[in-house]
Design a protein around this ligand. Structure first.
Ligand code: UTP
Length: 289
């Protein structure tokens, strides 16, 4: 079986949850620690063996293209690391004509995929640790599309695509159905779709047939449901922490995790957290444990 070397990164979404920041900057350029979120996504792809990336952009997203030019300026380790990362892969860009949904964005990737399975990672979302190696190995074993899922509390399920299915391996489900943003009592399980995928080229046929749904958008979920009904979709349960940086709360939490993990900033962040905790325990707003 051929190795998966191509990743598609949709990044044409409007970013309304992060207004007003996204009036003039792509949400994929929001900093997490010392790097923009899109860099974490690309690093995750390269770590998993990806050598070619297609980033799907749109209006107001030109900063993404400039970011991935080599710069060779200044004496800055992080900048030099980015130049090295850029040397390890070829990055292509295509513009989605209008933001008509994730499914519509992926249609632009068909020539790039060249009839081979490919990875999809959302330009504003990453998981720590990455769920990509698991998805790629499950794809190699089952030879079908694979998607990452995670249990989420019932009250939050209405924000996600939710899967139904039966176990087909350790932490794996053969998906039988998917429901996008289920209403109360409609969710078929507590397993939400995280936004990382290995897709086979059959997805393009399903996307071509998909009809616009809510807000006139083409949903990837509709095309995945076709694969699910044919028994050709496996969900891998991920234990990683998922950060959807387009959501301000998730952005803040990611900054805390990444700030703590960084050898230069970790000490200062830890000190602040401890200080705040002590203060809150003292004024009674946090119980002492
Ligand atoms: P989101 O659900 O995060 O939607 O998209 P959004 O429009 O980007 O953000 P909000 O809700 O307005 O804050 C999921 C992924 O699909 C991409 C986004 O860039 C993101 O990576 N996407 C979404 C597109 O590429 N094109 C679209 O038309 C919609």
């Amino acid at each position: 079986m051929t190795r998966i070397t191509r990743a598609v990164i949709p990044a044409a979404g409007l970013g309304t949850r992060f207004l007003p920041m996204t009036r003039s900057m792509p949400k994929e350029m929001l900093p997490v620690g010392r790097k923009p979120v899109i860099q974490y996504v690309i690093e995750e792809a390269v770590e998993a063996g990806i050598t070619e990336c297609l980033i799907i952009t749109g209006r107001g997203k030109r900063a993404l293209e400039d970011y991935f030019d080599r710069s060779d300026i200044g004496d800055n380790d992080e900048n030099a690391r980015l130049d090295k990362l850029i040397d390890r892969l070829d990055i292509y860009f295509v513009r989605q004509k209008a933001p008509r949904g994730l499914g519509d964005a992926l249609r632009y990737a068909e020539p790039f995929a060249s009839g081979e399975p490919f990875v999809v990672l959302l330009g504003d979302t990453f998981t720590r640790p990455s769920c990509l190696p698991t998805l790629i190995s499950a794809h190699a074993r089952h030879r079908v599309s694979t998607i990452a899922v995670q249990p989420v509390p019932e009250v939050l399920l209405s924000r996600y695509g939710v899967v139904a299915g039966a176990p087909c391996g350790p932490d794996e489900l053969r998906v039988s159905d998917l429901v996008e943003k289920p209403g109360p009592g409609e969710a078929p399980s507590n397993l939400a779709v995280l936004g990382a995928y290995v897709l086979t080229p059959a997805i393009f046929t399903a996307l071509a047939r998909a009809r616009p749904g809510r807000n006139g958008e083409i949903q990837l979920t509709d095309a995945l449901r076709v694969a699910a009904k044919e028994g050709r979709l496996v969900a891998c349960i991920s234990a990683g922490r998922r950060y959807d940086i387009g959501d301000p709360v998730s952005w803040l939490l990611a900054n805390i995790e990444l700030g703590l993990a960084d050898s230069e900033t970790g000490g200062a962040v830890r000190e602040l957290l401890e200080e705040l905790r002590t203060e809150r325990s003292r004024d009674g707003s946090l119980p002492v444990q």
